[in-house]
Ligand binder design. Structure first.
Ligand code: CMC
Length: 431
């Protein structure tokens, strides 16, 4: 817990209360209101948590004004450029960069857990073919608690660790199977001779009838997409995982809750919604019409892939993703892709339009990721599952941190009640 050396004073009527001020390693100070209700009998009101820290954490830090993101203190551009996804997973889970031996051991452990229980294949077959892969993933990941009983005791640190490894290892297999099922192709088993990203591409695009070679440049781009999505401090899905976990729910149930929350278009679902929007716009000449709609208060339309609760500057993940998009599209020889032309022009127009400038609405990570994934051959319905599999390590690291905090309590927000006051029940014939 952070140092408490300063206090703030809160005056309500004639009474004044001292509120401890907690100072973080970096970032704004935090008013500690934990005892406020007991002392003053008032709640605080902050729907959407715009000014509320719901926990303390040592994992990820975001400076939204500067557009900075760090995991365990390491800037995201360095991790995306010099590290790779499984190393970042280790860093998030254990707090330090691994030694060569630790990394080898971790990679071996993850690789050895990539297969799923064979009986789970039947579970997939219970879904309609046209089920969205996110719907399938919510169900299948939730069902893991019925298959892996030996890692659901959250009071046992070893079981917690095994659950962490299982989730990181099996999520690509589950996402790829959800995809294969939706297109009517046979499931492709994981291959332990491929790295994490290449194995995922293989499970998605290979078929048993022929050899499939994974392009190492595409595998590297995939790995970078995973890395850029690995964690993002207390976002909606991570907070959902923490809230679910605060009741003592098992890890598979908690991660299923996170996947469900991520699916929404304001969060992880934005990558699918963004690409669908670019397709709907279609040509550069139609951009002004959509910009006008985004600015119209009476139109619910928003420019997908723009804006962020925390970033009031360029999303640092978007900067790396944009470079990656250029590299991948050049490699695939699709730099003149009309969607990319629309995206580039839309970005330029929005970045100079006073509405977006004044509201500090910059492109976010979802603006570019869909363009890369589409070029790689993924259908839009797979964009959010790829986000989910990448974010699993972040959810799990935050879950692990929460469970090792001796001060953990069940999450139980209060409310500003605006309903009826007490009134007497009336019999149906008298209403
Ligand atoms: N297009 C047009 N106007 C926007 C947009 C947008 N994309 N985003 C925010 N605004 C306006 C909004 O209408 C509001 O205007 P006013 O102050 O006049 O009422 C102002 O900007 C502030 O918006 P807000 O909704 O109060 O901000 P928020 O912090 O609650 O929402 C957001 C953040 C990400 C949900 C929102 O910007 C949004 O809906 N963006 C589009 C969806 C998207 O790209 N989401 C992915 C986020 S990054 C990846 C992830 O976290 O999963």
């Amino acid at each position: 817990m952070a140092e408490n050396t300063k206090t703030a004073k809160l005056t309500i009527g004639e009474n004044t209360y001292d509120l401890p001020i907690l100072s973080p390693t970096v970032g704004p100070d935090v008013l500690d209101i934990r005892k406020l209700y007991g002392q003053a009998g008032v709640f605080t009101y902050d729907p959407g948590f715009t000014s509320t820290a719901a926990c303390d954490s040592t994992i990820t830090y975001i400076d939204g004004e500067k557009g900075e993101l760090m995991h365990r203190g390491y800037p995201i551009d360095q991790l995306a450029g010099q590290s790779h996804y499984l190393e970042v997973c280790f860093l998030l889970l254990y707090g330090h960069l691994p030694t060569a031996a630790e990394l080898e051991d971790f990679e071996t452990t993850i690789t050895r857990h990539t297969m799923i229980h064979e009986q789970m294949h039947m579970f997939f077959r219970g879904f309609r073919r046209d089920a969205h892969p996110m719907a399938t993933m919510v169900g299948v990941v939730g069902a893991m608690s019925a298959f892996y009983h030996d890692s659901t005791d959250i009071s046992d640190p070893r079981q917690r660790e095994i659950a962490s490894h299982r989730l990181i290892a099996k999520m690509p297999t589950i996402a790829a199977m959800a995809y294969k099922y939706s297109i009517g192709q046979p499931f492709v088993y994981p291959r332990n001779d491929l790295d994490y990203a290449a194995n995922f591409i293989h499970m998605c695009f290979a078929v048993p009838a022929e050899q499939y070679h994974v392009d190492p440049i595409l595998a590297r781009a995939m790995d970078r997409i995973f890395t850029l999505h690995a964690d993002h401090e207390q976002n909606a899905s991570t907070s959902t995982v923490r809230l679910a976990s605060s009741s003592g729910a098992n890890p598979f149930a908690c991660i299923a809750a996170g996947i469900a929350c991520l699916w929404g278009p304001a969060h992880g679902g934005a990558n699918q919604a963004c690409l669908e929007m670019l397709k709907e716009i279609g040509t550069v000449d139609r951009i002004p019409e959509y910009i006008a709609r985004a600015k119209d208060k009476n139109d619910p339309f928003r420019l997908m892939g723009f804006g962020h609760r925390v970033y009031k500057n360029m999303d640092p993940r978007a900067t790396v993703m944009k470079q990656s998009a250029d590299e991948v599209l050049e490699l695939l020889g699709v730099e003149n892709n009309p969607l990319l032309q629309v995206a580039k022009e839309l970005e330029q127009i929005a970045l100079s339009d006073p509405y977006f400038v004044e509201k500090k609405l910059f492109p976010n990570v979802d603006f570019y990721s869909g363009i890369i994934l589409e070029a790689m051959g993924f259908p839009t319905s797979m964009f959010t599952p790829i986000f989910a599999l990448s974010r699993t390590v972040g959810w799990i690291s935050q879950w692990k941190e929460q469970l090792s905090d001796p001060q953990m309590k069940i999450g139980r927000p209060r409310q500003l009640y605006l309903g009826e006051n007490a009134r007497d029940y009336t019999d149906i014939e008298n209403r």
